[in-house]
Ligand binder design. Structure first.
Ligand code: ATP
Ligand code: MG
Length: 165
């Protein structure tokens, strides 16, 4: 799921719900994001779905001294993802915002492609985030681009509980 419109993460969460309903074991890693006080985090925990937050929030420019720490957090997320994907224990693994982490240079595209190659063949992998790179698009079976027609943010609306988080 990529593109500038709203709905990428929520679509992935919809897939999580669908898999959970079938009793399929799943794991969700949120890259870039740092907030555990979201509705999805609470819901996933309550459903007994394994979830990790592996980000530090708003990504600074590459020349900002804080950028490196964001890169390290993303790398840690990748390590977790590598183990989870290789384990063969999960039918669905969601790597939320990983496309965006690659687009912003927090992790190398090649590292993600390596992860996909090493994954257990039975696992379905979902990645979300703006600016999916050509290599990630080529590696995927299905790619949806969510196009923004309009967003309340541009009219000054604030992020709303239960809608944005
Ligand atoms: P959601 O989590 O609501 O499914 P998303 O995953 O598609 O959104 P991201 O790029 O991950 O979108 O951005 C997350 C946040 O940015 C959400 O709060 C979302 O409402 C907001 N957002 C999404 N698209 C836009 C846009 N075109 N302009 C401003 N804010 C946006
Ligand atoms: Mg998102």
């Amino acid at each position: 799921m990529t593109g500038n419109g709203k709905g990428k993460t929520t679509a992935a969460l919809g897939m999580a719900l669908r898999a959970w309903g079938h009793g399929i074991p799943l794991f969700l890693i949120q890259f870039v994001k740092s907030d555990r006080a979201t509705g999805e985090y609470a819901a996933l925990e309550r459903l007994g779905i394994e979830v990790r937050v592996a980000g530090l929030g708003f990504v600074p420019p590459r020349d900002d001294p804080r950028f490196e720490a964001h890169g390290r957090a993303a790398e840690e997320g990748l390590q977790i993802a590598a183990e989870v994907l290789r384990s063969g224990r999960y039918g669905l693994v969601i790597l939320d915002e990983l496309c965006y982490a690659v687009a912003r240079g927090l992790v190398a595209e090649g590292a993600v492609l390596g992860l996909l190659e090493a994954a257990d063949p039975s696992v379905t992998i979902v990645m979300t985030g703006r600016g999916a790179t050509e290599g990630l698009i080529a590696a995927a079976d299905t790619v949806s681009e969510v196009r923004s027609v309009k967003h309340g943010f541009d009219a000054g609306l604030k992020a709303k509980k239960g809608v944005e988080f």
